[in-house]
Design a protein. Structure first.
Length: 153
């Protein structure tokens, strides 16, 4: 048995780990391409950000009570993280895609020479999540605390 004080931390950690590991098979089923490097990547299905904060919030609620101050704090924190993942970070990635496409079009036109190494940087475009990816992480975060509860509570 583990000390119950570690229940939120360990559950959140495993929610993160499971979501990150699931990115590889989900990507494979979607594209037919095997990409183990996705285990260390942000973005994609399911959202590890969402699974982590949801698991943390639910375990805090189960352990401290759903009427506790710490549950309220983690619930607000979780909402902010998930909103950020599917809005702010997602559209930042789309902005990067647009800028890269513009740079490519300018280079292809041949009218302007872009010599600065800044223009040849390969920036990561997948920063955030689609809503379904956040939902996938949320579901993992809702299930895992109940699976681990018998070990801790």
């Amino acid at each position: 048995m583990f000390p119950s004080s570690l229940y939120p931390l360990i559950t959140a950690f495993f929610a993160f780990l499971i979501a990150q590991c699931l990115k590889v098979p989900f990507f494979y089923f979607q594209t037919g391409k095997w990409a183990p490097k996705l285990i260390c990547a942000s973005g994609g299905f399911p959202s590890s950000h969402s699974s982590t904060v949801t698991a943390l919030t639910l375990t805090i609620g189960m352990q401290e009570g759903f009427d506790s101050t710490i549950f309220a704090v983690t619930a607000v924190f979780s909402c902010i993280v998930m909103y950020d993942a599917c809005h702010v970070r997602y559209y930042s990635g789309k902005g990067i895609e647009l800028v890269q496409e513009l740079i490519k079009d300018i280079k292809d036109s041949g009218t302007i020479t872009l010599d600065s190494p800044l223009y040849s940087q390969n920036l990561k475009t997948v920063l955030g999540h689609k809503k379904v990816e956040v939902l996938g992480g949320l579901i993992i975060g809702l299930i895992l605390p109940f699976l681990l509860a018998p070990i801790f509570l």
